[in-house]
Write a protein that binds this ligand. Structure first.
Ligand code: ADP
Length: 490
């Protein structure tokens, strides 16, 4: 047994003899000695002894007082008191005060050693229990901080544990759940509980988690969940998959939209090419030119779609940089507006007006990217104005920025959708009920491009009355007139 003992006594003869006597009977014991109570307290402060042995009567401070001090400093250390003959009452008081044991003078060495051995054993057990408690506390803390929802359902079906992640994923508070039956407290548990795969032993590959829905206050929460059986019940772990599922659905819609978007021009090209190939039909020059026109226009549309998909993927992966140059924007905006006017020339019902305020600062931006953003916003303004109307492009100074506002009188966007339209692949009308095609990538690309030029793209809209898309780009600082390439993080 290896242990460290402190003996406190003002009798030098006893301090001389006792350690030797103990050392003879107990292996691996280290013994410190001290003659005074203050000296003993110093040592106790520095060393966590396994046992402290002290005379009950010490000069300056008696053993009972010392005992109190020891209890404050080292509440777990057993203290054995040495009492004089006939000091039984004192000894009893010491025991009441928390002493572990007492021995009477003259000391019976065998009894003393037996008492020390027991005290050392008790101390060892205490330490072990403390260590286990600390470990349990650490485990509990881990469960408190883990990012998966973890809960325990006992054999009676009662929830015994519900960690903070479970609370934040579901919004169901720990004190509302713990102590209640899982099938009553957890909405939908009676249906999904039996579906959850439960392993008999923990570890990788023992069970695949299953994706199941919880119905929380009318909100469907998709979780990937599995359980492990143990003697007190089943411990379940889950994570939130709602967003991933929404993304999957969105991807599904994207595939549907894109395949539709690809099929329409392909069908037109195919039809035109087939007609051109027919030997039995005499096509006049005019018809031939019209069909070739269809092929050229639809090919361009295909290449635009491919370009959008590629650009969105480059923006995502960070393989993208923007040039930032000091640019006078008025000329660029005029060109864009003229271009769009030419494109929509066949639509008599659409008017595009340009309002450019005086005193515009130059902008630090990539001219090509700004052009792309404005064309996209204008294209949308036209696309989503099926009944025509006036489209206004306004350019004006705004704080330290130049502001571009594209306003239409078209379909407008419901309030709840106004942030979502900037999401990747997001279309308000994925099933094309309004007959307007698109990949749902345009606004995502616009917002990313504007963000990379340190600007901001936002929208205000009223359903059925029209929309205003606003681009704010920071005005250029005049000293930095030379061009510089800014590589953008993802
Ligand atoms: P796409 O036009 O290819 O569908 P966008 O990302 O450009 O993709 O736009 C996303 C959605 O936002 C569109 O499907 C449309 O529903 C809506 N939207 C965009 N611009 C307008 C606008 N000016 N007026 C009404 N709705 C718009």
């Amino acid at each position: 047994m290896s242990a460290r003992i402190l003996i406190v006594d003002d009798d030098p003869a006893l301090l001389e003899a006792l350690p030797d006597a103990i050392a003879l009977r107990m292996n691996g014991i280290t013994i410190d000695t001290c003659e005074t109570a203050p000296g003993a307290l110093d040592k106790i402060q520095q060393t966590d002894y396994d046992v402290i042995v002290t005379d009950i009567k010490l000069p300056g401070m008696d053993g009972l007082e010392l005992l109190d001090q020891i209890k404050l400093l080292r509440p777990g250390t057993p203290t054995v008191l040495i009492t004089g003959h006939g000091e039984r009452d004192l000894a009893v008081r010491a025991l009441r005060g928390g002493a572990y044991d007492f021995v009477q003078k003259p000391i019976d060495r065998d009894y003393f050693v037996a008492s020390l051995e027991r005290a050392i054993q008790v101390r060892g057990l205490d330490r072990h229990v403390d260590q286990q408690r600390l470990e349990l506390e650490r485990h509990a803390r881990v469960l408190q901080h883990i990012d998966r929802g973890v809960f325990l359902v006992d054999e009676e079906g009662i929830i015994r544990y519900w960690n903070p992640a479970a609370q934040s994923i579901t919004g169901l508070a720990t004190d509302e759940l713990v102590g209640r039956r899982a099938d009553e407290a957890l909405p939908g548990w009676d249906a999904i509980g039996p579906e959850v795969p439960v392993a008999q032993v923990p570890g990788p590959g023992s069970t695949e988690a299953k994706t199941l829905p919880l119905d929380i206050e009318g909100r469907e929460l998709w979780v990937s969940i599995s359980g492990v059986q143990f003697e007190d019940g089943i411990v379940y772990a889950f994570r939130n998959l709602t967003e991933e599922r929404a993304l999957d659905e969105l991807k599904g819609e994207f595939v549907a939209t894109v395949s539709h978007e690809l099929r329409t021009p392909l069908a037109a090209i195919y039809g035109a090419a087939q007609t051109l190939r027919r030997a039995d039909v005499q096509l006049g020059d005019e018809n031939r030119a019209r069909l070739l026109e269809v092929i050229a226009a639809e090919s361009e549309r295909l290449s635009r779609i491919a370009g959008e998909i590629l650009l969105a993927s480059n923006l995502d992966s960070g393989r993208f940089s923007v040039e930032r140059q000091q640019l006078e924007v008025e000329e660029l905006v005029t060109e864009v507006v003229d271009e769009m006017r030419a494109v929509v020339a066949s639509r008599q019902d659409i008017v595009i007006d340009l309002v450019a305020k005086n005193g515009l600062s130059p902008v630090a931006c990539d001219g090509d990217k700004l052009r792309q953003v404005l064309i996209n916003l204008l294209d949308n303004a036209v696309k989503y104005s099926p009944d025509g109307g006036r489209i206004e492009v306004r350019v004006e100074p705004h704080d330290n920025c130049v502001r571009f506002v594209i306003t239409d009188e078209g379909l407008g966007i419901p309030h709840g959708e106004q942030q979502r339209i900037f999401g990747k692949f997001y279309r308000l009308d994925p099933r094309l009920t309004r007959g307007v095609g698109g990949t749902g990538l345009g606004l995502y690309i616009c917002r990313e491009l504007v963000r990379r030029m340190e600007g901001r793209l936002s929208v205000t809209s009223s359903e059925g009355r029209g929309s205003s898309f606003v681009v704010d780009l920071p005005a250029a600082v005049v000293e930095t007139s030379h061009s510089k390439r800014v590589s953008q993080p993802a």
